[in-house]
Design a protein around this ligand. Structure first.
Ligand SMILES: NC(=O)c1ccc[n+]([C@@H]2O[C@H](COP(=O)([O-])OP(=O)(O)OC[C@H]3O[C@@H](n4cnc5c(N)ncnc54)[C@H](O)[C@@H]3O)[C@@H](O)[C@H]2O)c1
Ligand SMILES: C[N+](C)(C)CC=O
Length: 489
């Protein structure tokens, strides 16, 4: 098997140590690729290349329209190779190919959105309060960006960082999750093909505690953008203080979904499932906390359980599969432990709560879709991000109680409200402390709207106008049109 390489300073290279890593298919544990495995030394070389490209290259000063054209070209190439990319993503993550195809369409859309935005900002003229002067504001690239991504949406999360960074004129070093690097490798090839100049984009493959840590602490990196877990985010925040880097953190969530008795029952049941069982619940914004009005609680749980029993588990390449495996053995063990802890705390398993018995699924990291009832906000299973196909159910009787329960979390990534009373929905979302709230829907995102968390779910926003601004510095330029001595001293 060929060893897949990384891109440093315009060359596809193996790591200096020559270490490698096997990439595993979570459906059957087969080795699907071997990739080079780096450490701090390779990360330093990549950072130096990005620094040189920023300080001595032309990318930052290339007309924004030209940068936009190259970013558009990347979108064209992703669309051309959509099927190959989708299959690679499914092999690497276990998610269904249908979901991966949707991801690839979203990803092309992200590159197009930021390509369009590249030349739309002409700065701002400020009405100067000082006589005989002009005042204006311009936006410039931040410099060298370190970008660290997770395994659950490998290429989607990468696109949210790559597209705005390039559109704004930065250079970058990306470190994908060490367990799901395959689509990132492919997109770095496509970025070269699209004409991104030498040294502007660098890819380093390797673990977080060496490559990721170096990106976070190195003084030649001006901005670190991280998507991943809260504890890693805290470590990166500390490391980034070394040179007061710009910092963007997209962290976890424990997302409430409030269902009022007046909601459309079938829709709310259906969407409660979509909220949590897509990609086996390995979604930062998964609606893992179902908060149901007491009067419909029993009927709702019963309808939910009936449907959850029929979710078809299997290979992401089988068209009838609705839910794939978890990403790894370690992660499966964490989900098993998370549910066992919930049971000890008093939660009742209404359905699931174990691995499937189907012999065809035994080599994969599968866990049954699970509904836990009798849950209360003080339980660990309600407060902690399990990142698996597990939904906890709580009850409420008043609107105020529903909102109070929803906000009772260290997280603040997203939340949903299902009701046919729009005034009530608006009252609730106004009080919900989350970066995204959905009324009568779940888990929607698109490039035009910002994405990010309140509270410990993160700092900053990706996507939307703010997604580009994260990759820009703001400069105020003041000009004295009538310079003369002030004679103060
Ligand atoms: N808010 C969002 O938009 C969003 C999106 C996707 C995933 N997530 C979150 O990501 C988490 C799951 O992803 P994960 O398990 O890959 O997260 P993780 O924090 O374990 O790893 C994320 C990345 O950080 C790297 N890393 C690990 N230790 C590091 C260190 N000390 N310094 C620098 N980098 C380090 C990893 O190698 C990986 O590339 C969940 O908490 C999920 O909610 C959030
Ligand atoms: C941000 N999102 C929803 C695409 C993936 C979260 O894990």
């Amino acid at each position: 098997m060929n060893i897949k390489k990384q891109l440093i300073d315009d060359a596809w290279v193996t790591s200096r140590s020559n270490a490698t890593r096997d990439i595993i298919n979570p459906f059957n544990q087969e080795v699907i690729a071997k990739v080079t495995e780096s450490d701090e030394t390779d990360a330093k070389a990549a950072i130096a290349a990005a620094r040189k490209a920023f300080d001595k290259g032309d990318w930052a000063t290339t007309p924004a329209t030209e940068r936009g054209k190259i970013v558009h070209k990347i979108a064209d190439l992703i669309e051309r190779d959509r099927e190959e990319l989708a299959e690679l993503e499914s092999l690497d993550t276990g998610k269904t190919v249908e979901e991966s195809r949707g991801d690839m369409d979203d990803i092309a859309g992200v590159f197009r959105y930021f390509a369009e935005m590249a030349d739309k900002d002409g700065g701002e003229i400020i009405e100067s309060p000082i006589p005989n002067s002009t005042s204006r504001v311009v936006h410039e690239p931040v410099g060298v960006c370190g970008q660290i991504t997770p395994w659950n949406y490998p290429l989607l999360q990468a696109s949210w960082k790559l597209a705005p960074a390039l559109a704004a004129g930065n250079t970058l070093v990306m470190k994908p999750s060490e367990i799901t690097p395959l689509t990132s490798i492919k997109v770095f090839e496509l970025m070269e093909e699209a004409g991104v100049p030498a040294g502007v984009v660098n890819l380093v493959l390797g673990p977080g505690n060496s490559v990721g840590a170096e990106l976070s602490v190195n003084d030649d990196v001006d901005l670190i953008s991280f998507t991943g877990g809260i504890e890693t985010g805290k470590r990166i925040m500390q490391a980034a203080s070394s040179n007061v880097k710009n910092l963007a953190l997209e962290l976890g969530g424990k997302n409430p979904n409030i269902v009022f008795a007046d909601a459309d029952f079938e829709t709310a049941v259906d969407q409660a499932m979509n909220a949590v069982f897509f990609h086996a619940g390995q979604i930062c914004s998964a609606g893992t906390r179902l908060i149901i009005e007491e009067s419909i609680h029993d009927d709702f749980v019963s309808a939910l359980v009936d449907r959850v029993k029929n979710i078809k588990l299997g290979s992401g390449f089988d068209e009838s599969t609705q839910m794939g495996p978890l990403i790894s053995k370690d992660h499966l063990n964490k989900v098993i432990q998370y549910v066992e802890n919930g049971k000890k705390e008093g939660a009742t398993v209404a359905v699931g709560g174990r691995r499937p018995e189907d012999p065809e699924l035994q080599n994969g990291f599968f866990y049954l879709p699970t509904v836990l009832t009798d849950c209360t906000t003080d339980m660990g299973v309600v407060q902690d991000e399990g990142f698996g196909p597990v939904i906890t159910v709580e009850k409420f009787t008043t609107e105020e109680e529903a909102v109070r329960l929803a906000n009772d979390s260290i997280y603040g990534l997203s939340g949903g409200v299902f009701t046919n009373d729009i005034a009530k929905a608006e009252r609730c979302v106004a009080k919900m402390r989350m970066g995204t709230v959905w009324i009568n829907d779940v888990n929607l995102y698109f490039p035009h709207a910002p994405w990010g968390g309140y509270k410990q779910s993160g700092i900053g926003r990706e996507l939307g106008k703010t997604g580009l601004e994260e990759y820009q510095e703001t400069k105020h330029i003041f000009q004295n049109l009538k310079p003369e001595p002030v004679n103060w001293f």
